[in-house]
Write a protein that binds this ligand. Structure first.
Ligand SMILES: Nc1ncnc2c1ncn2[C@@H]1O[C@H](COP(=O)(O)OP(=O)(O)O)[C@@H](O)[C@H]1O
Ligand SMILES: [Mg+2]
Length: 410
């Protein structure tokens, strides 16, 4: 049995998959000191079972307040790691590591994965292809950038996530229309628009060495998923890491990890594949992909990356063989109409017809209130399906997109 490792985990209860990391940590023998804003009495069973202790903070997004409360809480304890797997909390976790003298990446190292202009400047300095971009603080900056780059351009927050407040702008008129919406955003980034297909490059690293990697494709591109209500977003992991389509992206991804000085933990990179076959850097986070990406990687190889991540962070090794067996698709459904889910078409037939390939069915049940599709990719539920052959996996996902329909009513 390895030594007990005391881990402070920021954001231990939300999003829901964070509980799986608590479980993973406990299963590799760590004591998890969870921090979150969920009231102690309302902690879900998985959290209650695996947390060693819990600190409820009033404002999880108030970095200074969280840091002070955690320092007070752990006084006198030997803390070995401070972690967070949620984009919004990776910087406070790094700040705490420095204050507690705990191994792991520093705040400045993490900033390269958080500030999109610092990120792009560092990747570009390594000779890699990134979209032209500029940090924007004023309207004049934005107008100058638009002139310099030419339309279309993308305007988005400097530290955004989930395509929030991200806009494609095609003309001076559209830029003018957008200005009021940007008034309260202190810093943005303006980028050349890159046309193409969109993929991820996901890794788990130990001291900068990649010990696990995976690629996934989005259908359609995330900005369209977020803009068009009628689509059923799909994302499919690519089983065959030797598929020539993704060779450029994998090469780019490995170089990006090196250029940014990644140390230990998950990374989630996005990249564009142009019609000429060029791979262009999109963005990267020092954390896992959200919205089912880790579940899909688990179903791809039949591994438990929640636990493997914990082993990597606590004990410095990766313990699972990782044969890639399946292309794994997640399909997110959005109901038509408002109110509660009143009718579901095509689901039962689909589940029967494709039974051997179904991993998860979390389509919202009749009577469930509609979720806000702009706020959560999970929307009105999802399916995870898999198949060893790419074309069949893609077909299965497309069929779920086209043939399953949810209707809501008051
Ligand atoms: N320069 C760009 N060219 C084309 N599309 C872009 C560009 N920047 C962002 N997008 C679109 O917006 C989405 C969100 O942008 P991204 O940089 O990934 O921010 P987030 O952190 O919100 O995911 C991308 O997945 C892509 O679809
Ligand atoms: Mg993104």
């Amino acid at each position: 049995m390895e030594d007990v490792v005391n881990v402070v985990l920021l954001g231990a209860t939300y999003p829901p998959e964070m509980m799986e990391y608590t479980r993973g940590l406990a299963q590799v023998g760590a004591r998890v000191y969870g921090v979150g804003d969920t009231p102690r009495q309302a902690l879900p069973p998985l959290a209650k079972r695996y947390l060693h202790d819990y600190l409820q903070v009033p404002k999880l997004m108030d970095e200074q307040d969280v840091i002070q409360r955690v320092l007070q809480w752990v006084k006198g304890l030997k803390i070995d790691r401070v972690e967070s797997l949620w984009e919004a909390l990776v910087l406070p976790a790094a700040a705490l590591r420095e204050l507690l003298n705990v191994p792991g990446m520093s705040r400045d190292e993490i900033l390269k994965f958080r500030d999109k202009q610092i990120m792009k400047d560092t990747v570009k300095a390594a000779g890699l292809r990134v979209p032209h971009s500029r940090r924007i603080k004023t309207v004049a900056d934005l107008e100058a950038a638009a002139k310099e780059m030419g339309y279309p351009i993308i305007v988005k927050p400097i530290d955004g996530a989930g395509s929030a407040n991200t806009y494609r702008v095609n003309s001076d008129e559209q830029l003018e229309e957008l200005l009021p919406a940007l008034r309260d955003v202190p810093e943005m980034i303006c980028e050349e628009f890159i046309d193409g297909e969109e993929f991820t490059f996901d890794t788990l690293c130990i001291d900068g060495e990649i010990v696990f990697m995976s690629v996934m494709q989005y259908f359609p591109r995330p900005l369209l998923q977020r803009t068009l209500e009628w689509v059923s977003p799909m994302q499919i992991t690519v089983r065959d890491m030797h598929d020539p389509r993704i060779a450029g992206g994998i090469k780019l991804g490995k170089e990006v990890i090196k250029a940014l000085g990644m140390k230990t933990g998950f990374t989630h990179m996005e990249w564009y594949l142009t019609s000429e076959g060029e791979a262009i850097f999109g963005e990267i986070g020092a954390r896992p992909g959200g919205a089912l990406v880790v579940d899909q990687m688990n179903y791809t190889c039949d591994v438990d990356l929640f636990k493997e991540w914990a082993r990597v962070v606590c004990h410095g090794h990766f313990g699972s063989p990782t044969t890639r067996k399946y292309n794994v698709a997640a399909i997110f459904k959005r109901a038509q109409g408002q109110g509660n889910i009143a009718k579901i078409e095509g689901l039962d037939e689909y589940l029967v017809r494709h039974r051997p390939w179904i991993c998860v069915n979390r389509i919202s049940k009749i009577g469930t209130p509609r979720r806000n599709w702009r706020m959560t990719l999970l929307s009105d539920g999802y399916l995870i399906v898999r198949h060893p052959e790419w074309d069949r996996a893609h077909q299965l996902a497309t069929e779920a997109t086209n043939n399953i329909h949810l209707y809501a009513a008051y």
